[in-house]
Design a protein around this ligand. Structure first.
Ligand code: BGC
Length: 247
């Protein structure tokens, strides 16, 4: 079965039809830049452009980079326009996509669900935490394979700062940090999360997962196993489609 998945990020809106049996994209993904400011209207237009690129007319699963309650209502918007807060995102996207059935889920939760089914978290019990490092830091917490949604661990306080402002991959770019320097910050962040949750496994997702060889060896003194995400930057798209299939 195929469902269309869209991953809305701080820098790009990416989508493709997803083959749910294989947990992979059925076609090469299409990407448009996230408008700035990333208002509901501008983002919805971007989503329509991505979906129209494939002439898709079936169900669409979308991710959103903030807290999503009830599969529809946006509660936070750290890296997109604040006009999103309290928006009924499902209604907005459905209207903009000409009435196609849509679902909306937090981006890190979507990536986590995809990794737990098809990637680095497959068959892993206990506490597993996927962290995505991108424009912000997203988190997905699993207990024996079950997601605890909307955990928002990227906003833990680290040395008096919002953790994602110090350790996201955007922070690495903004402050022109070397891989080693940035890895040191990630290590401090992981140590903090480990102190709170004692997970068995950390899965490192987001665009940096492709470059794990550049920084993972600099991360030390963490008891949990640390592995890069296997679906890499497609996890959000696949997870969005899986979420749509379930709902
Ligand atoms: C948001 C999260 C999101 C993460 C990654 C954070 O700023 O609060 O909801 O998962 O960024 O996009």
């Amino acid at each position: 079965m195929q469902i269309f998945g869209v991953d809305i990020g701080g820098s790009g809106i990416k989508g493709a039809p997803v083959d749910l049996d294989r947990g992979d994209l059925a076609q090469e993904r299409h990407k448009v830049l996230t408008p700035h400011p990333a208002t509901p209207d501008g983002v919805a237009d971007g989503v329509r452009e991505v979906v129209d690129h494939f002439g898709w007319t079936g169900p669409v699963g979308l991710t959103f980079p903030g807290v999503v309650t009830g599969g529809s209502t946006i509660r936070t918007a750290a890296n997109v326009d604040k006009g999103w807060i309290d928006t009924d995102a499902r209604a907005l996207f459905r209207e903009r996509l000409g009435g196609l059935p849509v679902t909306v889920v937090n981006d890190a939760d979507a990536a986590g669900v995809a990794e737990m089914h098809f990637g680095a978290g497959k068959d892993r019990d206990g506490t597993v935490i996927l962290l995505t490092f991108g424009t912000g830091i997203g988190s997905a917490v699993f207990i024996d394979g079950e997601l605890v949604p909307n955990t928002e661990l990227g906003h833990l306080e680290l040395h008096g700062h919002d953790a994602e402002k110090r350790a996201s991959s955007k922070a690495k770019e903004d402050h022109e940090l070397s891989w080693e320097h940035w890895a040191h910050r990630v290590q401090k962040y992981l140590a903090h999360v480990e102190m709170l949750f004692s997970p068995e496994l950390f899965i490192i997702g987001g665009g940096v997962s492709r470059k794990a060889h550049k920084f993972l060896h600099h991360i030390k003194d963490i008891r949990a196993e640390i592995v890069p995400a296997q679906l890499q930057n497609n996890a959000g798209i696949v997870g969005a489609a899986m979420h749509a299939a379930e709902h």
